[in-house]
Design a protein around this ligand. Sequence first.
Ligand code: LRH
Length: 470
Amino acid sequence: MSGVVAAVDLGATSGRVMLGYVGDGMLRLEPVSRFPNGPVAGPDGSLRWDFTALYRHVLDGLREALRKEPGIASVGIDSWAVDYGLVAAEELLAEPFHYRDDRTAFGVERVHSIVPADELYRRNGLQFLPFNTLYQYVTERALDDAEIALLIPDLVAYLLSGARVAERTNASTTGLVDVRTGEWDLDLAEKLGVPASLLPPLVDPGAELGTLRGAARERVGAALPVVAVGSHDTASAVVAVPLSTPNAAYISCGTWGLVGVELDDPVVTDAAREANFTNEGGVDGRVRFLHNVTGLWLLSESVRTWEAEDGAPIDLSDLLDAAASVEGTVALFDANDARLSAPGDMPARIAGVLEEAGSAVPTTRAEFTRTIVESIAAAFADAVATAQRLTDRRIDVIHIVGGGSLNRLLCQATADRTALPVLAGPVEATALGNVLVQARAHGWLGENATLETMRERVAAACPPERFDPR
Ligand code: LRH
């Protein structure tokens, strides 16, 4: 059985529409469109997303996809987690807040004064990130004006098809889903003043949501079916990690580096909470037991600063080559330092963090880049060691997928700092996971296809590149 689907994959720095071809022994992506994304200033000075522009890009991309390939069987949507739009009378009330907006500090205090952090962890299993949706909801003035709150991929699916649902993997990042049952924790929502009516019915990846309707159908040109995928981008990425041993760890590396293992059951011990490990919902009820490391954000914000200084684009591979040639050891900083979270002059902030610690401050862009890459790798190594300790297993290989898998310096540094082999790729794991879940829903992967079936397909189509520790 074979066919073609469209995948919409929205990341924090760029979005894309892809065609995914799936058949016996075949798995192939074809890019259709790519568009920039990032924080924009809202009218009140807050950090927001330009969702209106993103959605326009999605429609244009789907129209182009259908022009190239009229036989598309469905479309699946994934994006970064936690952020949402509020809808009333079929309208989005405002551009969604960006999770890096600093209003959440107040939300954290408020939530923890109602439900202490340790109780919260036992209930939702989530690592503490100040932007988890529940902290955002309690600061949200427009909550009472809304009929429903939809996470970004659900919002796109709603505008396309009219379905008002919450896909389960992404819903797990709100902090309002019970980690044991996988259902909304309505008691918690009530305690926090989040009306249950705002929380849409939960659906699993693979569910058919409807077909394109109204303006979306007109603009795209067909009544394309919409299928739920692992709509949290990290959930889709983990689907397409070609896990090569039972004790493999993965790092889904883009703006963030999500470092962890896949489990059948959540771990909500005090040790896991203290180590800030999360139990996010995976496809097929698996648990993504992982820790967020600030990933390529540190590099992309630095490059953005340097490009603004130069008034000219920077070639990333030249920069990484120069960084690879830096001799000797470089100073390290804590990649997860909260001061590096907001957009801004990242090299100056990193210099400040290093100075404060009494460490040498890089003097060239190549040295800065090397310091950033080595610091990310050091944080990856820490997280791998912690995952090993918390799950009582001996991790024997690390798979790096996503944009970071193309960064050879980072892959080698991760192998060196963990003393473990790194298997790099596929770079488009998220889109592949999106495509495969749709393909399975169409029956193209055969009867009873499991995550393992999907990973075998990925391993065969995209053999990873190996980096041995030095
Ligand atoms: C990666 C990601 C990550 C979340 C963050 C907000 O894109 O979805 O899993 O923690 O964005």
